[in-house]
Design a protein. Structure first.
Length: 204
């Protein structure tokens, strides 16, 4: 009898720990997704604790074009559906040629390309020129103020899942997962049949 109670207590503790881990993971995921959406809607001026994660949507960095072969003999590709992690802790003076940047470009939103050149305009504005590895020519120059991230790491292949969970359907799926996981642990801890709970709640 004592062994049975001890075993039940251990199982309860383990289930509570697992439940806490699941809730923390899902909660962190929801917070990150909501924060990223707010960051996007506000013009990428509110990174999460000084960092930003972004899903790559094009193939402009997925290989090195002939125009870039001599300049970029050995670089790791950044492919569509990869996630790039960037920091906002940088200055114009700290940027080096071939750094990978996130920046706002014309009407294309957020773009991830490599730094090709930088210079001061006649009016003193700090300018940067970027170039996608797979493109045949550089981008048009932009003010440094439009650069919103310096890429320091790449997570491959999971961007599609992230985009789904950033959508209303994805947030609904996460919410339902939290609800059913919570319900499952509640019933398991009390060893209660779900039909009994429904009968008790719904019937007079």
């Amino acid at each position: 009898m004592k062994q049975s109670k001890a075993r039940s207590r251990i199982l309860t503790i383990l289930s509570n720990v697992l439940f806490g881990i699941v809730l923390l993971a899902l909660g962190f995921f929801v917070v990150m997704n909501v924060w990223n959406m707010v960051d996007e809607k506000t013009g990428y001026r509110h990174p999460f604790l000084g960092f930003r994660s972004t899903v790559i949507l094009t193939d402009s960095m997925s290989y090195v074009s002939e125009a870039n072969e001599d300049r970029l003999p050995e670089v790791e590709p950044i492919e569509k559906d990869d996630i790039v992690l960037s920091t906002v802790d940088f200055t114009y003076g700290s940027l080096k040629q071939d750094d990978v940047l996130l920046f706002l470009y014309e009407d294309r939103g957020l773009v991830c390309h490599r730094l090709y050149d930088k210079y001061l305009a006649e009016d003193g504005t700090e300018m940067v020129v970027t170039w996608g590895d797979a493109n045949n020519q550089p981008d048009n120059p932009i003010p440094f103020s439009q650069v919103v991230g310096l890429v320091y790491d790449v997570i491959p292949d999971i961007g599609g899942a992230i985009l789904f969970f950033q959508s209303p359907y994805g947030l609904l799926a996460v919410s339902l997962t939290i609800f059913f996981v919570s319900l499952g642990f509640f019933l398991a801890e009390r060893e209660t049949d779900p039909l009994t709970i429904l009968t008790y709640r719904l019937l007079p």
